[in-house]
Ligand binder design. Sequence first.
Ligand code: THU
Length: 133
Amino acid sequence: MDHDKLIALAEQARSNSYAVYSDFTVGAALLCSDGSIYMGCNIENASFTPTCCAERVAIFSAIADGKREFCAIAVAGGKKGSSSLNKCYPCGVCRQVLSEFCDERLEVIFSDGTKTSLSELLPFSFGLNNMQK
Ligand code: THU
């Protein structure tokens, strides 16, 4: 799957964002190793804390569907109506959640076409290995 297609799906997911408090809309498209794709958007809440980011909606949906191996995630976000050409970096909580399930080489793709890796976004991460030693 080429990156442009994954970015387009993140954009599509962004259009479903429920962001009535922040007006900051985000979409994510997560590519699994088997080629399937899970999408997510941010979903806000009047009580604020229950708000869930697009990336976590996507990965929780994939996990709940039995997926465990992932290759890449595209993220598109910005102020409602803004061009997605701005980079929207995954927040710290989403980086931690991604690191629970994804290899550190997971590609994180931005809507301007650039990419990085999970290990670059979250070096020296805390995970299952630390809990077992
Ligand atoms: N948001 C995401 O969906 N993903 C991120 O990684 C950054 C933040 C959402 C959460 C909230 O609904 C809005 O953007 C403003 O923080």
